[in-house]
Design a protein around this ligand. Structure first.
Ligand code: ADP
Ligand code: MG
Ligand code: ZN
Length: 472
């Protein structure tokens, strides 16, 4: 039988607030262990939490940016469980009423991955395993999180990747989270099941916890799909359980039987008041949002003539998109700028995190000047590309590599002379061309381009050569 994959994702992201969710300790990554804690975030009895308003603002922003409905009234609940990284033995979270519900993220294909809910909660501390001992670092305890839960709408590991990268990009644009998977400020739990193709009944799912890399996440999904399909193929039953992914063996192993909601004995936290927002609060936050990635992609395609796939590549990284906009100011063809970014800048900065930072030596204005030279027919594309490579290496401007004489637009008479010379000295190519081999023209063209030192425009030269050869 053929099976299809069903995936739902639960993504935790740490919020970019200055302080923690219920106390005034600093929310920051990488400090000395247990230096950013107090009796509240360690959970001493008798202390009282107070909800950080900025956490609500960021959660609402995340909801608005992912097309969610915002619940004007919600509250915090207690989720009870025992684990050493959670000293008060309950996590403060949202259960019945999350702050945001019913949103979606649209993939490039147009398919929408529905978001069931976004809720706010506190992070737990971190267990550090060292030489057979286990240490606890409570710095992360009480760091504000939102959890974004999708419907089981994802049907391939590629869609899972696209969804996560899009979510990352959106949350970075609206400055809700830096979404650094390697530092743990974004972590995904993946729920995977399989079902016979075409069946509407969902299969039994397993949940793989805490993926901190998109690549491993896709591998884990592919592995789990094969494993579950094999079980069903052999008339076995998939066991609902919580799994861990092992990078070394590229396989999953059991952590525990999956717990049900009732195991957590959720109840409303009596220490915290209800969260009440007005329409006006929400509208204010809506107005504060920057232009979102999807809107930018559409604008680049419609107003700037950039292809949708190129626009997606650039818009994914806010810094790259901002650079593109500045570098395109006043140009006839912003598409040339996007070609330089994708074809040359992205070749120098290859990793996701480098592209995110977009630390390059040249300014948008320097690229703008170069493209102006192309548009003014002062230099051709060949020379421009070579020049741009050197600009990227050195941080210098186009003018440092191209002399005045290089930029003097070549006169028609000079060009004609050079073309005639080239025809004379390439008799073999000329004969081939006249004998019907159209490709032979390239050799003559190359020769002329070299002679003009990049001043002539290839199309113009080609036309001139064809004319001369026709009349020869
Ligand atoms: P829990 O909080 O217990 O993990 P939920 O029912 O809230 O459970 O679902 C969590 C995630 O699991 C959601 O993203 C949901 O879409 C996904 N999910 C639920 N059932 C399935 C299934 N049969 N196959 C794949 N994903 C599923
Ligand atoms: Mg879950
Ligand atoms: Zn604290």
């Amino acid at each position: 039988m053929k099976y299809e994959l069903v995936v739902g994702l639960e993504t935790h992201v740490e919020l970019l607030t200055k302080t923690k969710i219920f106390c005034s300790c600093i929310n920051g990554f990488g400090a000395e262990p247990n230096t950013h804690c107090c009796p509240i975030c360690i959970g001493h009895p008798g202390t009282l939490p107070k909800l950080n308003k900025e956490v609500i603002n960021l959660a609402v922003k995340a909801g608005l940016a992912t097309n969610c409905h915002i619940n004007l009234k919600s509250n915090m609940d207690r989720k009870n469980y025992v684990y050493p990284d959670l000293s008060k033995a309950y996590q403060i979270s949202q259960y019945n009423i999350p702050i945001c519900e019913n949103g979606y993220i649209e993939l490039s294909s147009g398919k929408r991955i529905r978001i069931n809910r976004i809720h706010m909660e506190e992070d737990a501390g971190k267990l550090v395993h060292k030489g057979g001992d286990v240490y606890i670092d409570y710095n992360r305890g009480g760091v504000p999180l939102i959890e974004i839960v999708t419907e089981p709408d994802i049907s391939s590991s590629g869609e899972a990747r696209e969804y996560v990268e899009k979510l990352q990009s959106i949350l970075r644009y609206v400055e809700v989270s830096d979404c650094k998977m390697q530092e743990g400020s974004m972590r995904c739990d993946i729920n995977v099941s399989v079902k016979p193709v075409g069946s509407c009944k969902l299969g039994v799912r397993t949940e793989i916890k805490n993926m901190n890399s998109v690549t491993f996440m896709t591998k884990a999904i592919d592995y789990e799909f094969e494993r579950q399909s094999d079980i069903l193929e052999n008339k076995g039953e998939v066991v609902q359980q919580t799994l861990r992914y092992c990078e070394n063996s590229n396989s999953t192993e059991s952590m525990r039987e999956k717990e049900d909601a009732q195991d957590y004995r959720y109840f409303k936290d009596p220490d915290l008041v209800d969260i009440v927002l007005s329409e006006e609060d929400v509208n204010k936050l809506k107005k504060s949002l920057p232009e979102l990635p999807d809107v930018r992609i559409k604008r680049y395609a419609e107003d700037f003539g950039v292809s949708k796939s190129d626009a997606e590549l650039i818009v994914k990284y806010k810094n790259a998109a901002d650079f593109f906009e500045k570098a395109s100011k006043g140009l006839q063809s912003p598409k040339t700028v996007s070609n330089f970014i994708i074809g040359q800048i992205f070749r120098v900065i290859e990793t996701e995190s480098e592209r995110e930072k977009f630390n390059i030596l040249i300014t948008p204005n320097q690229l703008n000047e170069l493209v102006k030279l192309i548009e003014g027919n002062k230099i051709n594309m060949n020379l421009a590309k070579k020049t741009f490579s050197r600009m990227l290496e050195t941080g210098k401007s186009a003018a440092d590599f191209i002399s005045e004489s290089d930029m003097q637009e070549i006169s028609q008479s000079e060009l004609e002379e050079i073309c005639k010379e080239a025809i004379k000295s390439n008799s073999k190519a000329v004969n081939d061309y006249l004998g019907g081999k159209e490709k032979a023209l390239k050799a003559i063209l190359g020769n002329v381009m070299r002679q003009t030192k990049g001043r002539g425009n290839a199309q113009m030269i080609e036309e001139k050569l064809v004319n001369l050869l026709k009349n020869s």
